[in-house]
Design a protein around this ligand. Structure first.
Ligand SMILES: Nc1nc2c(c(=O)[nH]1)N[C@H]1C(S)=C(S)[C@@H](COP(=O)(O)OP(=O)(O)OC[C@H]3O[C@@H](n4cnc5c(N)ncnc54)[C@H](O)[C@@H]3O)O[C@H]1N2
Ligand code: MOO
Length: 418
């Protein structure tokens, strides 16, 4: 395992990328499994899937209408055509079709090879068993050609791609019933702190409800993740270490919150070590979210996030979700975000990249979203966070942001899927 002690020693705090690099270096890509395609939405493909067929497999009518001979279409013949047959979707076309005739075709029907175009039924006059074509049509009109959608051997599912219902449809249309996906990453979540109480249990005068674990359970409840609730752990080093030792073998990742900032009452790093693993505390140049640790217990990665709720959320967004994708073999993509403009000051002390809960208040004359900080935000506060539309990012090197200045903004919905 490559640690980053040198960097930490050189800088009072480490950039976000150091923690990501450290985790990526240690992350192992998990195995794959084969599952029914109906269950594959949200899972990550393990390998490229090629089509064994062209789509459409045969030329099809795109409309309910009439097919005309390609020689007549090419010669722009109009007038009255006897109807010599009828093909519905799934039906088999009759034998060879002569010039000067028309064939009734329903949407999806196989188009006989002689047909050069299909004319919608609304565009012709039908009387008895003849059809009147008043205007010439173009070759190929309303015909779906064999292979125009998918070619034989086209990749219908790229590797390491998050599968969604569109891919499921494409797999089904090309005849697949199952697909090979990355197995779900087994993640255990625990909260630490003697002050914490499970919602629904009586509170003592100085205790607080555990909000981090429910928050992270819902944040990480994703199709490519198999979550285990590891409950609340009190501030007792021996039992914390014994618990980690017991539980880590069946998990790929343990995420902890609280007890990581390094005081004599913060047990997480020591508990990982006492359980037989290693853990590295890193002071990150991120606000909120500075105290952080990453370690290994056997094959299980242990990500330790700070206890303050907003800091825990930022840590999970910045580090835990990317780690789970890395373990699924998905290459890290730059975090999305949009350019926004400050409509009010953002107070910022340099040194840490700051994520500020912000509200969209409109857009500038050039269409750029205008944002202002939510009042009363803080690492330990939840109301301001829940009122925000997203997080504004103030780079470590900046000072206060003045109205009119540009800012990167991550919408909770589109950028973080909250
Ligand atoms: N002397 C220092 N004190 C603190 C530092 C520091 O650098 N030096 N860092 C501060 C920062 S920044 C943060 S963030 C917190 C993180 O500390 P810990 O990770 O050790 O977390 P705790 O001390 O256990 O808890 C902090 C705070 O959060 C509440 N908490 C914890 N877990 C939960 C939970 N599951 N649900 C709801 N609330 C939770 C806890 O009660 C505390 O109020 O440390 C600062 N201190
Ligand atoms: O950085 Mo702490 O993580 O501000 O709350």
């Amino acid at each position: 395992m490559r640690w980053i002690e040198d960097q930490c020693a050189a800088q009072a705090s480490s950039p976000i990328s150091s923690a990501l690099d450290l985790m990526a270096d240690c992350a192992r890509i998990v195995e794959s499994e084969v599952i029914p395609i109906q269950a594959a939405s949200g899972r990550i493909s393990a390998a490229a899937v090629e089509s064994h067929m062209a789509l459409p497999r045969f030329s099809q009518s795109a409309m309910d209408g009439y097919g005309f001979h390609r020689a007549d279409v090419a010669a722009k013949v109009t007038g009255s055509f006897p109807i010599v047959g009828r093909v519905h979707a799934g039906g088999v076309p009759p034998g060879a079709m002569d010039r000067g005739t028309a064939i009734r075709l329903l949407t999806g029907a196989a188009v006989p090879p002689e047909v050069g175009a299909v004319v919608m039924e609304e565009r012709v006059q039908r009387s008895g068993e003849t059809v009147e074509l008043q205007h010439p049509v173009r070759l190929g009109d309303n015909v779906r050609c064999r292979g125009e959608d998918v070619g034989l051997h086209d990749v219908v599912l790229p590797p390491r791609k998050r599968i969604d219902p569109r891919h499921v449809a494409l797999l089904a249309a090309t005849g697949y019933r199952t697909v090979e996906v990355v197995r779900r990453i087994k993640v255990g979540l625990l909260s630490t702190g003697n002050e914490l109480t499970e919602a629904g249990q009586p509170l003592s005068a100085t205790s607080v409800f555990d909000s981090n674990r429910p928050m992270l359970m819902s944040l990480l409840s994703q199709p490519h993740v198999e979550l285990t609730d590891l409950d609340l752990i009190g501030d007792d080093l021996d039992s914390y270490a014994a618990y980690l030792h017991d539980r880590h073998q069946s998990l790929d990742v343990i995420v902890t919150t609280g007890g990581v900032s390094g005081s004599d009452a913060d047990y997480t790093v020591r508990a990982v070590e006492m359980a037989g693993g290693q853990s590295q505390r890193i002071a990150l140049a991120v606000k909120p979210g500075k105290p952080f640790a990453f370690g290994r217990l056997g094959a299980c990665s242990v990500v330790s996030l700070p206890g303050n709720p907003m800091a825990a959320l930022i840590g999970a967004l910045l580090f835990v979700r990317p780690l789970l994708l890395t373990m699924s073999g998905v290459p890290q993509a730059p975090r999305p975000g949009i350019a926004a403009q400050a409509s009010a000051p953002f107070v910022h002390r340099p040194r840490r990249t700051e994520f500020v809960p912000a509200i969209e208040v409109g857009s500038s004359t050039s269409g750029i979203p205008l944002i202002r900080p939510v009042s009363g935000a803080g690492s330990a506060r939840l109301m301001s966070l829940s009122l925000a539309d997203g997080l504004a990012v103030i780079p470590a090197g900046e000072t206060d942001i003045v109205p009119g200045a540009s800012l990167l903004f991550h919408r909770f919905g589109s950028d973080f899927s909250l």
